[in-house]
Design a protein around this ligand. Structure first.
Ligand code: LLP
Length: 463
C-alpha cells in the first residue's frame, strides 16, 4: 500500500515483519472480544468500561499504571475448565501466572486445585485457606525448607524433578513420620511450538527426567523403594502458549507408555497422570487458542485409547492451566506521557509503566494489542510503538500497534491479556513501584494487591 493511502501510517507494510498486521485494523475504537475480558465494552461516551466501571474513574481512583482484573471472567474460566474436565479429573491452577489471596479464595470456591512452586506461593495459598491436600508443589530445585514446609502442611502432592530430590523428599517425609504423595516429572521429548524460554519438554533444558535413555524409569524405580514416598503418578509439562493439541497428545501417548513399562516391571498401575499446563491465549486477534473443552476431549480420548491398547485402567487425569485462566481476565491501564514522531518510521508513545510491569515483550518478543480507552477517535491510524519509561531502549510494551493519530498526553491506553506473567514477573527496575491489581465485579472495584510505595522500597533498603 502506498504511503499516501494512509498519511498517518508511514510505510507500515515495510516496517512490520511478515505475518504481522499488513494494514491497520478497520475500527481502532473496537474492543475485540477475542482479546479483552468478557465484561469490557465502551459506554455511551466512548469510554471503555469493565465490570460496569469506566476506566477514567478507575484511573482517578486507583492511579496508573494498574492492572484491572475481571472477577466474573476469572470465575467463568475456572468453571469452564472444571466443567470441561469433569469429576474424573483435577484442574490445578498454576499460581506462577498470578497469585494473590483473593485469587486463592476464588479458586477454592470454584472447585479448582492449586499448583505452587515456591515457599512464597505455598504461604499465600495456605494463608488464604486453600486446603493443603489440594495443593501441588513444583520446582526443579526446591529447598529443604520448602520441602519441609510442604510435607508438614500435608500438600496433596510434590512433583519430583531430580534424583537428588527423590531422596531428599523421602528423607524429610520419614523424619516427619509421613508418607508423601509424589509424582515424577518426566521430559517427553516433544518440541512445543513456542518461544525457546517457555518450552519445557525438549531434552536439552533443566526440567524433569528424560523418558529417552531411561532416566524417568530409573527415577520411578528409585522412588518406589523409599518408604517416605507414595508414588501416585507421572507428570509432564511441555511448555507454554501452545495453540494446538498435538503436542499434548504425543506427551499423553509417551506418559501412558511409561505407565505400561512400570506395570510390566513392577506389577503396579500408577493411578494418576498430570499433563501440565501451557494452553495459549489470544494476545492479538490473530491468535486462535483452543477452548478448555477441546483440550479436555483431546486428552481424554488419547489417554483412554492408549490405556485400552496397553491394558491399563484409565488413570485420574490432572492439568495445570495458568495463563489460560488468568491471562485474558486482566488489562493494564496506562497514561500517555510523551509522544515522539520519527518521520518515515513510526511514532513512539510513552506510557507511565513499561518493562517493570510487563517484561514479556522484552523477554519473549511477546505480542500485545493496545487501545485508546479514555475516548474514541476518528483520526487516521498511526503506526506506533508503545514504550515504557525505563532507561533502556528494549523497554517496549507493544512493539507494533496502530493508534489513532490524535493520541495525546493524558490519554489512557489499555493493553489487554496481561493477567498472566505480568504482575507475577513485575520488578522494581529503576525503583519503579509495582502497580496494584484491582478486581472489578458488578460495578464495584477493590484492590487485591496494593500499589507499592516508596516506603516499601526504602523499608527493604536497610542502609
Ligand atoms: N505447570 C507447570 C509445571 C509449569 O511449569 C507451568 C508454567 C504451568 C503448569 C502453567 O503454564 P501456563 O498454562 O500458564 O502456560 N513466564 C512465561 C511462562 C512461564 C511458564 C512456566 N511454567 C511467560 O510469560 O510466557
Amino acid at each position: 500500500m502506498s504511503r499516501s493511502a494512509h498519511p498517518a501510517g508511514p510505510r507500515y507494510a515495510d516496517v512490520l515483519p511478515e505475518g504481522h498486521y499488513t494494514a491497520p485494523p478497520t475500527d481502532l475504537n473496537a474492543l475485540d472480544p477475542r482479546v479483552w475480558s468478557r465484561t469490557v465494552t465502551r459506554n455511551a461516551e466512548g469510554v471503555a468500561t469493565v465490570g460496569g466501571l469506566d476506566v477514567k474513574r478507575l484511573a482517578e481512583e486507583f492511579g496508573t499504571p494498574a492492572y484491572f482484573l475481571d472477577e466474573d471472567d476469572f470465575r467463568a474460566r475456572c468453571r469452564a475448565w472444571r466443567d470441561a474436565f469433569g469429576d474424573d479429573a483435577d484442574v490445578f491452577y498454576a499460581g506462577k501466572a498470578f497469585l494473590s489471596r483473593a485469587v486463592v479464595r476464588w479458586l477454592h470456591e470454584e472447585g479448582l486445585n492449586l499448583d505452587v512452586c515456591s515457599a512464597g506461593e505455598l504461604a499465600t495459598a495456605l494463608d488464604a485457606g486453600m486446603p493443603a491436600e489440594r495443593i501441588a508443589l513444583h520446582g526443579n530445585n526446591k529447598s529443604t525448607e520448602e520441602i519441609t514446609r510442604a510435607v508438614e502442611a500435608g500438600v496433596g502432592r510434590i512433583v519430583l524433578d531430580s534424583f537428588q530430590e527423590i531422596v531428599r523428599v523421602a528423607h524429610i517425609a520419614e523424619r516427619l513420620g509421613k508418607r508423601q504423595r509424589v509424582q515424577i516429572r518426566v521430559t517427553v521429548g516433544v518440541e512445543a511450538h513456542t518461544h525457546e524460554f517457555i518450552a519445557t519438554a525438549h531434552e536439552d533444558q533443566k526440567f524433569g527426567l528424560a523418558l529417552a535413555g531411561g532416566q524417568a524409569a530409573e527415577a520411578v524405580r528409585r522412588a518406589l523403594k523409599l518408604d517416605g514416598l507414595e508414588v501416585i503418578g507421572i507428570h509432564s509439562h511441555i511448555g507454554s502458549q501452545i495453540f494446538d493439541t498435538s503436542g499434548f497428545e504425543v506427551a499423553a501417548h509417551r506418559v501412558v507408555g511409561l505407565l505400561k513399562e512400570i506395570r510390566d516391571e513392577h506389577g503396579i498401575e500408577l493411578p494418576e497422570i498430570d499433563l501440565g499446563g501451557g494452553l495459549g491465549i489470544a494476545y492479538t486477534p490473530e491468535d486462535d487458542p483452543r477452548e478448555p473443552h477441546e483440550i479436555a476431549r483431546a486428552l481424554g480420548d488419547i489417554v483412554t485409547r492408549e490405556c485400552a491398547a496397553a491394558g491399563l485402567a484409565v488413570p485420574r487425569l490432572s492439568v495445570e492451566p495458568g495463563r489460560a485462566i488468568v491471562g485474558p481476565t486482566a488489562f493494564t491501564l496506562y497514561e500517555v506521557g510523551t509522544i515522539k514522531e520519527l518521520p518515515g518510521l513510526r511514532t513512539y508513545v510513552s506510557v507511565d509503566g513499561g518493562m517493570s510491569d510487563n517484561i514479556r515483550t522484552a523477554l519473549y518478543d511477546a505480542e500485545y494489542s493496545v487501545a485508546l480507552v479514555s475516548r474514541t477517535s476518528t483520526a487516521a491510524p498511526m503506526l506506533s510503538r508503545v514504550v515504557g519509561k525505563h532507561c533502556e531502549s528494549g523497554d517496549i510494551v507493544v512493539r507494533d500497534a496502530f493508534l489513532p493519530a490524535d493520541v495525546a498526553p493524558g490519554d489512557l491506553l489499555a493493553v489487554p491479556a496481561t493477567g498472566a506473567y505480568c504482575r507475577s514477573m513485575a520488578s522494581n527496575y529503576n525503583h519503579a513501584l509495582r502497580p496494584p491489581v484491582v478486581a472489578v465485579k458488578d460495578g464495584a472495584a477493590r484492590v487485591i494487591v496494593r500499589r507499592e510505595t516508596e516506603e516499601d522500597l526504602l523499608r527493604l533498603d536497610v542502609g
